[in-house]
Ligand binder design. Structure first.
Ligand code: PNS
Length: 162
């Protein structure tokens, strides 16, 4: 059974990530979501919060069997530690391609044994990004179409407390 690792910032997890998770778990015997400790972007949620929120959201969506871990440093080291065969990423639009292509080739150069596998997100999530969810939530907008209830609550608490 092939093992895949699905890395990202997950700041926070959205229905777009969940859509990719559902697609990937159909093809892989084991899927591990790996939350990066230090994303380039200044995260809204701490690493511990992003891991907990990801677990909560997966539970809410009936995906509690999906493992969630965190990593610091190189993704390929995390993939190695989990015995992964593949690295999963989602593609929303053409604009994602260049960044993903660069990352996949860098990862291949570092560790050619891992195949990067891309899943196309559902059309209705093709515009969805964690950054957009945070912006809408920061102005008090409705994000119920974008993130599960547990994440909506966390966004209210975090942004309301600012
Ligand atoms: O959700 P994101 O922010 O697009 O995820 C980016 C992520 C975490 C997959 C990427 O930044 C990453 O793999 N970081 C770990 C450092 C690393 O391995 N870099 C080399 C590959 S470019």
């Amino acid at each position: 059974m092939a093992i895949a690792i699905y890395p990202g910032s997950f700041d926070p997890i959205t229905y777009g990530h969940i859509d990719i998770t559902r697609r990937a778990r159909k093809l892989f015997g084991r899927l591990v979501i790996a939350v990066v400790a230090n994303p380039h972007k200044n995260p809204l949620f701490t690493l511990e919060e992003r891991v907990e929120l990801t677990k909560d959201a997966l539970r809410e969506e009936g995906l509690s069997e999906i493992e969630v871990t965190s990593f610091d440093g190189l993704l390929v080291e995390c993939a190695r530690a989990h015995g992964a065969d593949a690295i999963v990423r989602g593609l929303r639009a053409n604009s994602d391609f260049e960044y993903e292509f660069q990352m996949a080739l860098a990862n291949r150069d570092l560790a050619p044994q891992f195949e990067s596998v891309f899943f196309m997100t559902a059309g209705n999530y093709s515009f969805l990004a964690s950054s957009m969810v945070k912006e809408v939530a920061s102005y008090g907008g409705d994000v119920s179409n974008f993130v599960p209830k547990s994440v909506q609550k966390a966004l209210r608490e975090k942004l309301g407390a600012r």
